[in-house]
Design a protein around this ligand. Sequence first.
Ligand SMILES: [Zn+2]
Length: 467
Amino acid sequence: MPSMQTLASEARVRTPATEGPRNLLLIVIDCLRADHVSCYGYHRPTTPTLDRLAQHGVRWSYANSASCWTKPSVASLFSGQHPTAHGAVGGVKRKAAGSGATTDTLRSTAPTLAEDLSARGWRCAALMNNVQLGSFTGLDRGFHVYESQLGKADHIIEAFCDWVRDQTHHPWFVYLHLLEAHWPYKPRRRHVRMFGGDRDSNVFRDFSGRDFGRLRQAVSRRELALTCEQITHMVQLYDGAIRRLDGKIKKILGILEERGQRDATQIVVTADHGEEFLEHGRIGHGQSLYEELIHVPLVTCGPGSPSGIVIEEPVSHVDLGHTMVKCVSGETSMPGRDLYSPNSASAPVLAEVKTAARYRQSLREGPWKIHRTYELNGNAGQPPTLVAAAVGPIHAKRVELYNLSVDPGEQNDLSEKLEFSDIRAKLTSKLTDLSQQTAAEGSDDRPATIELDDCVVRRLRDLGYLE
Ligand SMILES: [Zn+2]
């Protein structure tokens, strides 16, 4: 019996050539980790619609986001570059007390998916609800319509329906970003009940997003230990929110059906990052690069792509822009490789995150994954390209090595085991090379930062990103 990988390779060969322009619909569910999606093996029926889509399209078993929080991750999806290269890598930096905040934005020379498609005649719209993706980030480049704060999913879907109705003369690209699986999770009561919980339980009484920021910090600093009951409740709310969002995907696909555009549209569903529930001592996201944070679902379906296939090869979001533009238009100037091509050699998968205190990297190749953590020691304001160019095996404060084929939860660090020293050395060398290459890609332009207005700062605080 042929292996899954063989089947995948054969299916890639059978992929039909692109026949004329097609629409592209990219749906990103904020915070959706792969192992809470039913077709990725989750024990709860969280995603019946996504499961059906995967049955008719391609399910990528090991897709990684390029970072573990919204802005750098989505910027990698849009630019085909790693966070260090595209520059939208750092979080919000508070200026002196009471005088506002700044944040990094996309480098002006970074390519974007929407610019590439616009130049080829596509009409492009981004319809979202995440203040992290405001036009101040520079991510709006190439879009004809860019709305980052449309509110709940139903408003986004309404806007999608209205906008698509008007696109009668051109192929289109729509980016939809849904926030309901982000804390404070917003499930329906019946969906939480379906998973054995009670939405209105007072386990987290009166916790708003702002409170979650404090809760997350207290847990991370080990000032507060969450009970099993609290974590169980949190996961029930999260799963309920995923189930609710799955219904929204059904609604979106229904709109395409009604308009007779389903067969002319390449559909991509993925997440910008995952969410952690104490697997490595933290909750939320944005701090580290363990699988619960960067292993995301990726399902593609539509004309020009294979049907009913599972691809086991680890892939990165940085190649998705290239793959999708090529799939819908036949050509692309986006960096990266064509994930559908049978001749596309597999590549190690890099992820990065830069917080105020640390810079972390991870590299996956086959079943092996290495992590390196660097202390920034007061240099958090340094341009990301300089930080990434300067790192090497010697300066890392901590190195970890995991074999994901036997330890998918990254609990058994093998970095100090003598028998794995060759693997550690090989991955270390690849990570250093890739890190310097990524830094060089972004060094042709100054990283940009922008001052945030009070309204944006308030909204970020409401999502739990600022004290
Ligand atoms: Zn996010």
